[in-house]
Design a protein. Structure first.
Ligand SMILES: [Zn+2]
Length: 344
């Protein structure tokens, strides 16, 4: 099969022919129709993660099952599928209590610890393939359907984790990125009272406003906390969702929170940041991490799109041979919303 290979840390992806994957016991193989290309994938391309080379990246797939290995009963040839991003055990305490992103036997990620979707075919443990519900036009819109399993599912989880209600003001840091735009969309879907986009690139604000933001704050102008306090009449925001997670964004988010505020930490490289303990106590502020989504949240997200409640925003679709060009644009922060590779 043809595949885009990453052969070393931070080198261009190259098109090569590699052996077709053959499913072993408990595995299945799907033909890939499309695969999302976002920052999570780009961290691997850019060499910021330790992975074994050569590697086929990508996890946000739309595919069609073409072969199943011994013992696989839940999938059959012809089933339309997407992928669950995490390689989890399915039987530990966290897996059994519907918090499987905390799996004690975590095996890594599709497209990092095992080959992903930047290829004609993808082989995964059968339990990592998730059947698409009826009502999704997966043949006609494979790029949009493919990104649901992360770009929609991750925000859906955040809404639940941060308990967003219709009386909440929500600010999204890194709002112009692939997850950020969908976070705005899902916060709007959740009927948040006010949704505020925070981003350092003003060129992305139009898309943010269309996706569901009521207002945009230009982080490049500084004084983000002050701008957020002004937008809320001094009351402060109820939920800050930070996809950037530098000390600067996290501390600004913390200062902008009002009483009962919740700060959700999702991205970045693990920088330490400072919070005021007195302020946290007086306002009963909560700080929480949120990792990806559970399988049920992916299924719920597929269902949301199938019912027409939300629709993923894929702004750039290119033939999969052009993966490297898309990653150059991801690297420069030039992609608003999600990009996707399409098999032709
Ligand atoms: Zn587990």
């Amino acid at each position: 099969m043809k595949a885009m290979l990453l052969k070393a840390a931070n080198v261009p992806l190259v098109l090569e022919t590699v052996p077709d994957p053959v499913p072993g016991p408990g595995e299945a193989v799907a033909k890939v129709l499309a695969c999302g290309a976002g920052l999570t994938v780009h961290h691997a391309r850019a060499g910021r993660l330790s992975i074994q080379y050569p590697r086929i990246l990508g996890h946000e797939i739309t595919g069609e099952i073409v072969a199943t290995g011994p013992g696989v009963t839940e999938l059959k040839t012809g089933d339309p599928v997407t992928a669950y991003f995490y390689l989890t055990c399915g039987h530990c305490y966290w897996c059994r209590t519907n918090r499987e992103t905390l799996c004690d036997n975590f095996g890594g990620y599709v497209g990092r610890e095992t080959d992903g979707g930047y290829a004609e075919y993808i082989k995964l443990p059968a339990r990592n393939f998730m059947k698409l519900p009826p009502g999704l036009d997966w043949r006609g819109q494979p790029a949009e359907v493919g990104v649901i399993c992360d770009a929609i599912a991750t925000p859906v989880k955040v809404i639940r984790r941060a308990r967003v209600t219709p009386s909440d003001t929500v600010a999204v840091f890194g709002a112009g990125g692939g997850l950020g735009v969908h976070m705005l969309m899902i916060a709007r879907w959740a009927r948040a009272r006010q949704v505020i986009a925070v981003d350092a690139m003003a060129s992305k604000f139009e898309t943010c406003l269309k996706a569901g933001a009521d207002a945009a704050v230009n982080a490049a102008e500084g004084k983000v906390a002050e701008q957020l306090l002004e937008l809320t009449g001094g009351k402060g925001i109820d939920v800050a969702i930070d996809f950037v997670c530098t000390a600067g964004t996290l501390e600004a988010a913390g200062r902008a929170l009002g009483k009962g505020g919740r700060l959700v930490v999702l991205g970045g490289h693990g920088q330490p940041f400072r919070v005021d303990a007195g302020n946290t106590l007086r306002k009963e502020i909560e700080i929480m991490g949120s990792r990806y989504a559970t399988r049920q949240e992916v299924l719920d997200s597929l269902d949301l799109v199938a019912r027409g409640e939300v629709w993923p925003l894929v702004t750039e679709k290119v033939p999969f041979e052009q993966a490297e060009a898309i990653h150059q644009r991801l690297d420069a922060g030039l992609i608003t919303g999600r990009a996707a590779l399409v098999m032709i």
